[in-house]
Design a binder for this molecule. Sequence first.
Ligand code: BV8
Length: 252
Amino acid sequence: MTNALPEITRSDLDPEDSIVILTGAGISKESGLDTFRDADGIWKKVRLEDVATPEGFARDPDGVHAFYNARRRTLLDTEVVPNAAHEALVRLEREWPGGVLLVTQNIDDLHERAGSSPENLIHMHGELFKVRCDPCGVIFDWRTDLSRQDPCPACGRPEGLRPHVVWFGEMPLDMERIHHALTRCGLFLSIGTSGTVYPAAGFVQVAKLEADAHTVELNLEAGEGSSLFDQHVHDLASRAVPAFVDMLLAGL
Ligand code: BV8
């Protein structure tokens, strides 16, 4: 999809402008992790109602634990490593004067492993390597299988632990901080997401309407909200993101 607007150039942006970046499953695809809505995606194999809702967990906790245990084991696979797109976002964060906030819908840890700073990274849908005790609220790092029988390490209660992941119908994390950043940014990049899931899919409109930000969709194909973006780069993330970062940093 070409764009009537001129391609953004470095001179269109003030280096003091902040950048907000939203990533989705597409940025991790070339690292070996499945997306959700591609032809071979996760929601083609399991029903999201069964494994990514509180109701599904209440109905079949063992089935939901098995779903996330399998994804945790895959993420621990030594073949699954950050790719050039993750690495380019680290360069941008380190070199862009105006500051970068990276908001990811992903629950993998590939941004951290690439070198993104935790203080500038928000996992709005939670993290696969964390579990939470519903009764006492304590959150733990957790890299092994989780089962209903595991007692909470803090309060000792059985059957209280769940993946620290945001399911459908649950409030995403850090929404106030995300909204604050969106209303002040000069550039909003959406990378590797189909723009299907809200509130993330609505971030482009907040950046546009409240900050008059330049908005760019970098995705393999047009997402659901593609027409809302000023500019479109439709290619593999491992190619599109490094090239776009190079353009932004050129001449700083
Ligand atoms: C909320 C769990 C309110 C973590 C996920 C009815 C009832 C209830 C809610 C709703 C409803 N109708 C609408 C809603 C809102 C709902 C929603 O948006 N539903 C959708 C389906 C319409 N949203 C919610 O429920 C959210 N919460 O609204 O709370 C509230 C208010 C007050 C108080 C309490 C509550 C919660 C949403 C989070 C749900 N959790 N997953 C996990 O297991 O991972 S969502 C799931 O989809 C993942 O988290 C994922 O991150 C997210 C988005 O998917 P994408 O990342 O975009 O992945 P996708 O496969 O779709 O697209 C990948 C793209 O990459 C594709 O476009 C592809 O072309 C591209 N690509 C592929 N390869 C590459 C590539 N691009 C570049 N390079 C490549 N190589």
